[in-house]
Design a protein around this ligand. Sequence first.
Ligand SMILES: Nc1ncnc2c1ncn2[C@@H]1O[C@H](COP(=O)(O)OP(=O)(O)OP(=O)(O)O)[C@@H](O)[C@H]1O
Ligand SMILES: [Mg+2]
Length: 358
Amino acid sequence: MSKLVQVKNVFKSFGDIHAVNGVSLDIQEGQFYSLLGPSGCGKTTLLRLIAGFEKPTSGQVFIDNTSMDNIEPNLRPTNMVFQNYAIFPHLNVEENVAYGLRNKSEKKSDQNKLVDEALELVGLSGLNKRSANALSGGQKQRVALARALILKPKVLLLDEPLSALDKKLREQMQSELRHLQRAVGITFILVTHDQYEALTMSDRVAVMFDGKVAQEASPRDLYELPNSQKVASFIGEMTFIKGEIVGENKNLQVQSEIFGKITIDKSRVFGQSSKKMVLGIRPEKIAIVPKTSRSKDLISGKIIDVSYFGETTNYKVSCGTIETLTISSQNSVGQLSYSVGEEIQLKADMNNIIAFSV
Ligand SMILES: Nc1ncnc2c1ncn2[C@@H]1O[C@H](COP(=O)(O)OP(=O)(O)OP(=O)(O)O)[C@@H](O)[C@H]1O
Ligand SMILES: [Mg+2]
């Protein structure tokens, strides 16, 4: 794979607001790449800088090894799908899609063929003459996609394209968008603030806070090896426990009240500025084990809160210290359920603990 989009130390300020504050990214050809972060962290601004709707205050964007410094948006090999679909209500489906060809001088018959191909890609074949007013939210989104895809851009930029859809439709469109991206092989850069959307759809994800990239990784690494407490809490849930370094060789030995003394591989240690550390563990890496279990390293606790989610149940457990553990348990066949007040035993997967500097 080769680098298709390179963002090199880009800054963008609006007055004294630093919307993008020193971002560098390499996006490979054919990747499904997501920019993920909370509202106001600079995702849209970064996307608009790549599209050319904004000029960097400093830094550069390259596409296909060519500097985009003096290249207008319509001459870049990019196309953008906006959050609010921006399709024309007074035009029908095919007119909306053909609008994507406005700067091209194809013959009418060639245009029709391109429109039909684009509509087929997004599953709207045969709806050419349907008025845009008569479309559902999901169909409007598909029209916007078809219009952006009709010119076969090298890079498709998508700014929260699914956020206006209800949950079920959004999930369906997520999987369709992923299939579509694989089928056309175009590089997609998706902006989202929904961590599950980013994890399930992307090859790589850049997590942004305050105009900066906090971590750039595959979805699995982001979830399994978040490089800070902030990233860990933004992506899913994690329990944090205070710990102190009591030994160090090729691993780190950390003492904490709940886990006792444990050994942590250096690949799971992020930052180390003093003896004080914070240990992080995901809720599904702790299991409630039967009272009769004699396995070693069990932790005793008492359930203080239960949240039922259908396929899983979350338990908050007090282990006799001020800190509590959160456990997520699959409600699969044979799995017992527990109530507030019950005394239980836990087994934590110590190999899954991560240590962060305080
Ligand atoms: N044209 C502009 N003029 C002034 N400030 C702007 C402009 N565009 C963006 N900003 C500011 O820059 C920061 C980043 O905005 P941006 O729209 O990139 O965030 P975002 O991550 O896309 O947020 P959201 O998830 O809410 O869409 C915000 O503080 C925003 O108010
Ligand atoms: Mg935005």
